[in-house]
Design a protein around this ligand. Sequence first.
Ligand code: SF4
Length: 231
Amino acid sequence: MSLIHNSPLNIEQIERNFREIAPPLNEAEAVLESNRCLYCYDAPCTHACPTHIDVPSFIKKIASGNLTGSARVIFDANPIGATCARVCPVEVLCEGACVEKTLMDKPIEIGRLQRYATDYAMRNDKQIFQKGESNGKSVGVIGSGPAGLSCAMYLARLGYAVTIYDKKPLPGGLDTYGMAEYKMSQIVSVEEARQVEKLGVKFQLDTEIISKTKDQKPKTENQITFEDLQN
Ligand code: SF4
């Protein structure tokens, strides 16, 4: 309250300046947009995506009303698919490669469709994946940024007991602490971390793991340690 009181901007200006750059699609817009897709066989959008999400598959599922299935396709390839839907430079990646752009100048709005499906899954608390049968091995993951969360999710699905250690009070690393509010609010990446937690992954926040000596890599008490270097 006092921040707004001390700001040279009034509430309307603050609201306008911090408004989301790419607001969410409503249902009618999502259905319309998903039906514009040509479902290309050798989809250039998928090749252009750094995580190779099967874009035509998740878009087709939106068009047919299977939003949980759509979110599964996205999160299977990219456990932080809700974050990427908001912050990826889609104009030079998937949307830049979309054949609709070549044919009709306006690419399919892949980023906003991805957000539509992942928001649905998170808002409705869908259990997209299951924890794998225990293999008796444990892994400590240092850092809960994009790499740490992704590593933890895949390992938990394979049956590893995973603990994530992070020195910050909230999980998500760069996604939680390094994104401009008009692109994405912290709640999205914190919710993605919660999806990982639902697979049985433990979080030890406010916990810094440091090396014993300068030349040693930091180690956790788990059998194997993975370090998220981008965290
Ligand atoms: S390139 Fe465009 S039209 Fe083709 S599958 Fe991808 S999003 Fe759909």
